[in-house]
Design a protein around this ligand. Structure first.
Ligand SMILES: [Zn+2]
Length: 344
């Protein structure tokens, strides 16, 4: 280490390593949990046997008297939701929450934005009974009004099909759903999209992530390791926002841009540290960029940043394992969701 320091600029940097800035990250926030997947799967299995739900890919669903009901795996439980007009919920929720109480179920809530009544199922031993109570509530208070729930593709009524739309089981039109899924399959499979824009988007995401990470480091005077798990998501978000094509090109672009965000972060962090410590301007430090690079990417500094790097690699590993830009993977998921299609 010393030789870089001596070489950089008349030995003024020899103490940079003693600063220990950016150390001492807390691990108390490190609560990454996959949830209680075992018991959610058990809940789905029990309900499928009792009520014949369609169940696939973390979603289960059925149509009750024309009313599509979505059951979704959440972190710790299964969330049930179905359309209900807000006025009906307001007028009737006290009545039907008594019914929920009778089966020791969780009270129903209401999502105003989507006009959906919601509740959760979390106890495998009571779940059949509880879901039975919800089904009665839906039959009585939701199903009579389903015609008011418009097709999310076109905003019109008179829907003739139930299908998965944005992770929700919805009433849609056959023609709208068909058109949309065909188009999406086309875009994914053909590798259509604008690679140049995709790259710009991924770069923008990477730079934005780096700037935020740096701002946190500077203003909070502390770098949060877990935050670095977001580096890859930022690049992925930018890439998708700017319509980069699916396929291997996309996987490679996002991987490279997220690595670039980490590289940029380490570089800028070091520029900042050196400028701070020696009361130099950023411009003066940047003139010494080859030396900054050598310090920033020296084994010593990388070792100092191990906590950030582990989270960064974790996010990248997630991306490489999940392959959200893989053509087969995306189309495969769409095919699975087609199992839910039902005529109304
Ligand atoms: Zn429609």
């Amino acid at each position: 280490m010393q030789r870089f320091l001596a070489w950089i600029s008349n030995g003024r940097l020899q103490c940079i390593w003693e600063l220990g800035i950016m150390n001492g990250q807390s691990v108390t926030n490190n609560k990454i949990s996959g949830g209680n997947v075992m018991s959610q799967a058990k809940i789905f299995k029990l309900l499928s046997e009792a009520y014949g739900l369609t169940w696939s890919g973390g979603i289960a669903a059925e149509v009750i008297d024309g009313c599509p009901v979505t059951l979704k795996e959440d972190r710790y439980y299964v969330q049930v939701s179905a359309y209900m007009p807000e006025r009906v919920y307001e007028a009737k929720h006290e009545i039907f929450n008594e019914q929920m109480k009778a089966v020791k179920g969780v009270k129903c809530g209401f999502d105003k934005k989507t006009s959906r009544i919601t509740t959760v199922l979390s106890q495998p031993n009571r779940v059949v009974e509880q879901y039975g109570a919800i089904r009665e509530i839906i039959k009585q208070y939701a199903a009579p009004y389903v015609e008011e729930d418009k097709c999310p593709y076109c905003g019109q009524g008179e829907c003739d099909m139930a299908a998965i739309y944005n992770d929700q089981y919805r009433r849609v039109h056959v023609r709208c759903h068909q058109y949309h899924t065909d188009r999406t399959r086309d875009v994914v499979l053909s590798g259509q999209g604008n690679l140049a824009m995709g790259i710009i988007g991924a770069l923008a995401g990477a730079v934005l992530f780096m700037a935020i990470a740096l701002a946190i480091g500077i203003f909070a005077e502390r770098s949060y390791g877990w935050f670095f798990v977001l580096a890859t998501f930022a690049a992925l978000g930018g890439y998708k926002l700017f319509h980069g094509p699916y396929g291997r090109t996309g996987m490679v672009t996002v991987t490279l841009c997220s690595i670039l965000s980490m590289v940029l972060y380490l570089f800028c962090e070091m520029v900042y540290l050196i400028a701070q410590y020696y009361e130099l301007t950023i411009g003066e430090v940047l003139k010494q960029w080859p030396a900054v690079i050598q310090i920033a990417f020296s084994p010593d500094n990388l070792a100092e940043s191990w906590f950030q790097l582990i989270f960064f690699l974790g996010g990248l590993a997630w991306f490489l394992i999940k392959r959200p830009l893989s053509k087969q993977k995306v189309v495969g998921t769409m095919d699975v969701m087609d199992d839910f299609n039902r005529a109304l």
